[in-house]
Ligand binder design. Structure first.
Ligand code: FAD
Length: 180
């Protein structure tokens, strides 16, 4: 279950805690940018968790404002969930964080079956392949379906350069169609 902006976080946790009463086959997300991330993680340490930096710009009352603070929190959250032995999805494209975590994982003898790397479809494809070749589990996040517009706008707000990717993919589709 994905996490959205801070305004939805309390109701998201409510839904997740309700779901836990019925299902045992789902996981959720912790956003390292949030000041409450460690508390949420402690309370849900028995969960399968995906750790992300957080896609939303939140105010200083609820979130860290610098990438240095977010990165430090990201590493601490991942390390502590990996130590819990519960499945951890390391969802980042940040090469430096991935390298530091691999070092930590190797030093602590954490099994490759206890975690995976997650990245968005189309981004850092070489890195995804390299990790898979090294025997790590790699999961690619691929949105699909008709209701794509909201997702697209959120990704665009997060990173305006993503428009290039969409144009590139649309053009290559037209090009392919013309050739077939
Ligand atoms: C599988 C997955 C699930 C996610 N689920 C959630 C969620 O439920 N809730 C939530 O708030 N956020 C979610 N996110 C988004 C996340 O919070 C970050 O906004 C996003 O991953 C960018 O941060 P980063 O860790 O990759 O590091 P950054 O420091 O932002 O990026 C590192 C480098 O990766 C590349 N990069 C990163 N993001 C992109 C991009 N979008 N397009 C192109 N290049 C990029 C760039 O080269 C950048 O320099 C998810 C991300 C992934 C990968």
């Amino acid at each position: 279950i994905d996490m959205e902006d801070y305004g939805h976080i309390q109701s998201s946790w409510q839904i997740i805690d309700d779901c836990e009463q019925v299902f045992n086959n789902f996981g959720t997300v912790i956003q390292a940018s949030l000041l409450r991330a460690k508390k949420d993680q402690r309370e849900h340490k028995h969960f399968r968790l995906r750790i992300v930096k957080g896609a939303y710009k939140e105010n200083e009352k609820v979130a860290y404002q610098t990438s240095k603070e977010i990165d430090i929190n990201y590493l601490e959250l991942c390390k502590s969930h990996l130590q819990e032995g519960k499945f951890t999805s390391i969802a980042t494209h940040d090469y430096e964080l991935i390298t530091k975590l691999i070092r930590y994982i190797e030093r602590n003898g954490i099994s490759k079956s206890n975690f995976e790397f997650q990245m968005l479809y189309g981004f850092r494809t070489n890195l995804q392949q390299q990790l898979a070749q090294q025997g790590y589990q790699v999961c690619v996040y691929m949105p699909y379906g008709k209701d794509w517009y909201g997702y697209f706008m959120r990704r665009l707000a997060e990173r305006p350069q993503n428009i290039n990717l969409i144009i590139k993919q649309s053009l290559s589709k037209f090009w392919l169609k013309g050739r077939l």
